[in-house]
Design a protein around this ligand. Structure first.
Ligand code: 5GP
Ligand code: MN
Length: 338
């Protein structure tokens, strides 16, 4: 972990400030969990707090405490831009560089204020921030936010904050199935339970609120669109815009889909390709040493973690898949040996 000057940040937060919390494009459970927890923490300290994310978040997170106060930049630029200019402190939660804000990047860069990053992705952009709390040896940003609060004002961590943090830790570990081989993660989760959270109910709110369409899309993707290339220990699923429209696609409906491809015995590398308005979005996963972070950085202007990353392709779906299969042959040694 890099050294983070807790006492200086504590001092900064000891008097009322205008604070803007931000998280990444296509916010997930950890993005919202860490941001909302921080919101509930800072308002107790008397700060004036706003929250902005670049694009909408999925319906299965639309019950989280305080989520109705989040502004979506894409839908409300006029209201969001002044918040960047007026803030005294900006927080970046669950992302490692301003570019991960997509359409909101410029607003962030223009703001000449104190910037604090709390994140768990590799290669944080240290130059864009005054304070960086970043480590990869952690389940989630929510876990780091717990540690942050625990150092600054542990007495303020309440049940509402605990619920938000639990969503972040639970979703970023696939319900405690990866990125959680840490004793500390479970100690923190135990602390959240001590505060009275109902983990079973939270799990149901997040994972058992599928629409019929979402489940049928999953069935279609697995039966018709899954391609398995045992030669490269790779499996992928591709979904075009037309296919998504057919299943009345909503943001978040494809969340977790890539993990089905990765769950096949012998598969070490899995990708989900989804067609967006002007690009193909890649969601990449691996098990073991093959770094999808590097793969996404090198070929798709993306990044993330060693075993979970994202990126984009600006070719057609057909060309994107052709190029991808060609690339695999370049990596055949790596994919065969790890
Ligand atoms: P997902 O496939 O769930 O969208 O993303 C997987 C992981 O990669 C997440 O931790 C996410 O923050 C990160 N990630 C996704 N897209 C990008 C991207 O375009 N750039 C970078 N640097 N990280 C990404
Ligand atoms: Mn995260």
């Amino acid at each position: 972990m890099n050294t983070f000057n807790f006492s200086e940040v504590k001092e900064l937060l000891s008097t009322k400030k205008r604070i803007l919390l931000t998280s990444h494009t296509n916010p997930d459970g950890d993005a919202l969990g860490s941001m909302l927890a921080m919101y509930h923490f800072l308002i107790q300290k008397g700060h004036d707090v706003n929250m902005v994310v670049p694009t909408p978040y999925p319906d299965f997170l639309a019950w989280m405490p305080g989520q109705e106060k989040i502004l979506i930049y894409k839908e409300n630029k006029e209201k969001c831009d002044p918040l960047f200019n007026d803030a005294e402190i900006l927080f970046s939660l669950d992302y490692n560089a301003p570019a991960r804000l997509g359409i909101t990047t410029q607003a962030f860069k223009n703001a000449n204020v104190i910037k604090i990053m709390i994140d768990h992705h590799i290669q944080p952009d240290l130059n864009s921030y005054n304070f960086v709390l970043s480590t990869v040896d952690t389940s989630s940003t929510s876990e780091l936010v717990f540690e942050f609060m625990d150092k600054i004002n542990p007495d303020l961590i309440n049940k509402t904050i605990a619920e938000c943090l639990y969503v972040g830790i639970m979703t970023d570990t696939g319900s405690f199935s990866y990125a959680c081989n840490y004793e500390k993660t479970f100690r923190i989760v135990a602390e959240l339970y001590k505060l009275g959270i109902d983990g079973v109910a939270i799990n149901r709110l997040v994972y058992s609120t599928n629409t019929e369409n979402r489940l049928r899309l999953l069935g279609y993707a697995l039966s018709d669109k899954l391609r398995v290339l045992h030669k490269y220990s790779t499996a992928y699923i591709s979904l075009t815009k037309d296919e998504l429209v057919k299943f009345n696609f909503n943001d978040g409906d494809t969340e977790g889909l890539v993990n089905y491809a990765l769950s096949i015995k012998g598969i070490k590398f899995a990708v989900l390709f989804t067609e967006k308005t002007n690009k193909i979005r890649l969601s990449l996963r691996s098990v073991g040493e093959f770094s999808v972070n590097k793969f996404a950085r090198d070929h798709y202007k993306g990044g993330g973690h060693k075993n979970a990353a994202g990126g984009d392709s600006y070719l057609s779906m057909e060309k994107t898949l052709k190029k991808f299969e060609r690339l695999l042959s370049e990596y055949s040694k790596e994919l065969a040996n790890n």
